[in-house]
Design a binder for this molecule. Structure first.
Ligand SMILES: NC(=O)c1ccc[n+]([C@@H]2O[C@H](COP(=O)([O-])OP(=O)(O)OC[C@H]3O[C@@H](n4cnc5c(N)ncnc54)[C@H](O)[C@@H]3O)[C@@H](O)[C@H]2O)c1
Length: 332
């Protein structure tokens, strides 16, 4: 298949492109290489991809509707995995406009390009953050998601709804995957593994929010990629939705959680990381941060039934891989 991966220079984009290429797919990667975090890291990820057979890259902003249409007209993609986004819960309190631009305008121009150049399947990366402060654990796809507690989550939920309208109007087979806290080599500098590792190795204190009383369903990136590949190969059909379902969808459209289904307490995450680093952390306990949620935990029954998804990387092993990469990348 010929697949477009948006956000190819990103953390998950790198791993997904590698996996697609390894199984023989042709991959066109796009990314605008913005400076939300160190552009050198994005370039270094692309350096991993450039030598691989079947990979091509174009620097492009998904929010540029004309360029997106031109790309789709030239390439005739079989499928798209849409990862490009302004990510991060906390930054959405500081710079909401970048979320509007990348996530809302970007999704609109992507959907328009898909409408005019039909595909077999669009897979879109949503987020567990759409569940907000859902108290019912584990989170199921049918749980209410009408009360986002960050603007990031609001844009991801909006993206899910925008994609549904295109699936309905234009028969665009679409799967929304709600990712649960992904970690692993080449991870993002704004996420806990990086922030904590950097501080611990520098002998500086780490900030432990909600006094460590947070639960996160940390999911190793290889497990996520396995689930994305399985999903990509199983586009939804309109027949699945017979109109009798509670959600009243008649579109070739699905939403599925993709997570580890084993939430870890933040304090346990930190002690596992300390072991992997071989260095104890200095902890500064703080209250809950605005926009954060106390717990995330994925019910992944739907994805498992569809694809056999079964995440297999224990946290200790995943963090070992993370630390190995982090030390190597920084020559520490
Ligand atoms: N990493 C996680 O834990 C996690 C959890 C939930 C959802 N997600 C979602 O998964 C996707 C990938 O996340 P990631 O962790 O790899 O993040 P990332 O920031 O590393 O990757 C996103 C990439 O998209 C690019 N991008 C941003 N705006 C763009 C635009 N307008 N045009 C083109 N490229 C643009 C960025 O330059 C970046 O390289 C995102 O949609 C994110 O919201 C990630």
């Amino acid at each position: 298949m010929k697949i477009l991966v948006t956000g190819a220079a990103g953390f998950i984009g790198l791993h997904l492109c590698r996996a697609l290429l390894a199984r023989g797919d042709e991959v066109v990667g796009i990314d605008n290489l913005n400076d939300y975090y160190d552009v050198a890291l994005k370039q270094a990820r692309l350096d991993q991809l450039h030598p691989l057979r079947g990979f091509r890259f174009q620097r492009l902003d998904v929010a540029d509707a004309n360029q997106m249409l031109a790309l789709f007209a030239a390439e005739h993609f079989d499928a798209v995995v849409h990862l490009a986004a302004q990510a991060g819960v906390r930054y959405s309190l500081q710079n909401p406009h970048s979320y509007t631009q990348a996530n809302l305008v970007g999704m609109t121009s992507l959907l328009e390009a898909c409408r005019h150049h039909p595909l077999k399947h669009l897979v879109f990366a949503s987020s567990s953050s759409v569940y907000g402060r859902n108290a019912k654990v584990p989170f199921k796809e049918t749980d209410p998601v009408d009360h986002p507690v960050s603007f990031y989550a609001a844009t991801k939920r909006a993206n899910e709804l925008m994609a549904h309208s295109y699936a309905h109007l234009y028969g665009l087979p679409t799967t929304v995957l709600r990712f649960f806290t992904v970690y692993g080599p080449w991870g993002r500098p704004d996420m806990a593994p990086w922030i904590f590792s950097k501080a611990i190795l520098a002998g500086e204190p780490i900030q432990v929010f909600n006094h460590g009383n947070l639960l996160r369903d940390f999911t190793y990136v290889d497990d996520i990629v396995g689930g994305v590949l399985g999903t990509l190969d199983a586009p939804p059909t309109a027949e699945e939705s017979d109109g009798t379902r509670a959600d009243m969808s008649f579109a070739p459209y699905r939403i599925m959680n993709i997570g580890n289904h084993q939430p870890v307490r933040l304090t346990d995450f930190i002690s596992t990381l300390e072991t992997a680093l071989g260095v104890p952390a200095i902890k500064q306990y703080l209250p809950m941060q605005a926009g954060d949620v106390p717990a995330t935990c994925a019910d992944t029954t739907a994805l498992t039934q569809l694809t056999g998804f079964s995440p297999s990387t224990p946290l200790a092993l995943g963090l070992e891989q993370w630390v190995k990469w982090y030390r190597h990348y920084h020559q520490l």
